[in-house]
Design a protein around this ligand. Sequence first.
Ligand SMILES: [Fe+2]
Length: 248
Amino acid sequence: MMSVRRTCESRQMSRADIDTVFRNHGESGVMDVEKSTKEHAWMEKLISEVQDVFKNDHINTEDLKYVLQNYKSNPCDWKKYANFDAHKYTRNLVDIGNGKYNMMILCWGPGMSSSIHDHTNSHCFVKILDGSLCETRFAWPETEGKDAPLQKLGETLCNTDDVTYMSDEIGLHRMENPSHSDGCVSLHIYIPAYDNCQVFDERTGRHTKAVVTFYTKFGRKVDYRHSRQGILPPPDAENVNRSQYSPY
Ligand SMILES: [Fe+2]
């Protein structure tokens, strides 16, 4: 059974925060405001701050890093997007930033890891929202067409509220939840968004193309049964099965 290190706590909202809630939910009554302030307002505030960084054509990645570092994670803010699966880590799309980036939340069960992959020439920011991820970096394969093990560059353990950055200029990486008992939730921003990447075999350096898919988009489960692109149900459909694997 996974444990939760940080529970939902009420927070003092500033006038600006309350205004943001009204802007996003409409002046529909006290109940809406109370519910939203308790749950998703801070996530919306974070999305709004990230969108502000992308307002201009020139994007200052240091500004984005500052916004992510400044946010102190609380499960109340993002639990709507934290959908776990028993067999694989999940990617849950949160915001597409007017086509400039993809923001998503990844949920990792105990021991789950990604493949070794590149980032299709995008910038990649990761903030740990709960738990830990071990990042292992590798150099790009040196010899095209000749099998050789990938060269390991180093390992870093990232804990709750840590922010890390990755790009193809640095190399390749694999992310893994090292815990045998606890889940991990991480926030990822890819600039620009991409639909596919390359995944690598550690022993041979060979690569294949992998298509990016999502477990949920904007809190709704994507149905891939009849379409490779996936079908998104109507906004009012409650179709995410909140299983025992979701500790939030
Ligand atoms: Fe990555």
